[in-house]
Design a protein around this ligand. Sequence first.
Ligand SMILES: Cc1cc2nc3c(=O)[nH]c(=O)nc-3n(C[C@H](O)[C@H](O)[C@H](O)COP(=O)(O)OP(=O)(O)OC[C@H]3O[C@@H](n4cnc5c(N)ncnc54)[C@H](O)[C@@H]3O)c2cc1C
Length: 444
Amino acid sequence: MSAPAHVVGGGFAGAAAAVALARRGVPVVLWEARAAWGGRVASFTDARSGERLDNGPHLFLGCYARTRALLAELGTGHLLSFQPTLHLPRFDAGRAAALHCPELPAPWFLVGGLLGLPLTWADRLRLLAAGHAIRRPVAPGLSVASWLAAIGAPAASIPLLWGPLCRAIMNLEPAEADAGAFAAALREGLGGTAADACLGWSRVPLGDLLEAVLEDRLARAGGTVRHRRVARVVLDGDRVTGLATGDGETVPARRVILATGPAHLQRLLPAHPALQGVRQQVAALGAAPIVSVYLWFDRPVAPMGESPFVGLAGGRVEWLFDRDRMAGRTAGPGQRLAAVISAADAVADWDDARLVAATLDDMAVHLPAARGIRPAHSRVIRERRATVRLAPGVDRPRPGAVAGVDGLYLCGDYTDTGLPATIEGAVRSGEAAAAALATCGHLY
Ligand SMILES: Cc1cc2nc3c(=O)[nH]c(=O)nc-3n(C[C@H](O)[C@H](O)[C@H](O)COP(=O)(O)OP(=O)(O)OC[C@H]3O[C@@H](n4cnc5c(N)ncnc54)[C@H](O)[C@@H]3O)c2cc1C
């Protein structure tokens, strides 16, 4: 049996890398600093309610092919539910403005959906032409806002469609986000089959998608897991020779995939001129926050229709999720909601009370039953480094799978996947790093 490969970080990128190596018969040691798997797709127990909450609601897309394959291999793929057709319900001051795509083959499902938006006929036709333009290459360095202007997207469609999509996909406002990564995500999500475009969610706490099953899968291929913090990669000249742990041990390691987020990566990389470029690339990326506000009400306040989530127009809260509907349960007498504020730079430093009040204010604009009501319990979660900040022209500074010294590989949603920082990008990057490691024959 060959010497083990080490994967540092048990988020979706690290899990995908470890499973891909196990599939190739490479024994893996998977290191994770925290007690739980999943990284930024995580769950924890809320002390007051006793319920397992996620670090924020996550949506999957039908086109997350590698993520779905990973979860299917781990035996948890069936815990995701997907819409039968793309449906983006949205409360807009009393009007239910929704992108609802009919169950038709591509591209007619999208044509039908776009034509149903509350726009003038002239704007609908302009929107169709703009929708067609997502297939064309995007000039480097453009922001989403400039790109939308260049492809002739009508102004009225920005708050209705493109703005919410940009904040959901890029976690940035259209003026701040890179058009190349946004268009790549749209091409995959909307430019494929009708099933690719459907949104999905987990019926169980997100942490359960990897918990236990990941360890079992690796163990079957002779791998092990270690819940310990790795402090640094150890080099001898230009070659990786070990991993120094947080408690002072150095473990021999010749092949290492670093699957941490970009902030942690900076601390793990040893001082070596060949790694300077990666350091600078990662430092240039920056981070964008997401705030989630969990609310427990003693009566229903948000009529969700058939959907487990609904958009709110015009305020700070982008999406409301009904947690019982997500779990496939009939709601009890009350309603348990999670409100998501994406691109949350302006509010991430607000205290909990102010964030809850702002969420209730946004709900009150659209939902009469929410006016004047106080939640029985609330819980605010700030993810300050939810995603990297993919600013215009960012593809140059994103590192690839090969780090620059012998035996060291990188993966994570921040790497050069061509996609925004998403679960699917993380999984693909993990598989790419595993392939790069496994094809370096001289290391065996
Ligand atoms: C609130 C929120 C909502 C989101 N919504 C969506 C969504 O709807 N759809 C979507 O596709 N994406 C969404 N994302 C983005 C998605 O969660 C990330 O892109 C993805 O999880 C990143 O995975 P990763 O494996 O690259 O990194 P991470 O998940 O950050 O994994 C890195 C792991 O490395 C571990 N680690 C770090 N340092 C060390 C060390 N020294 N030693 C050992 N282990 C270490 C960490 O503990 C962590 O587990 C959201 C993110 C957040 C925060």
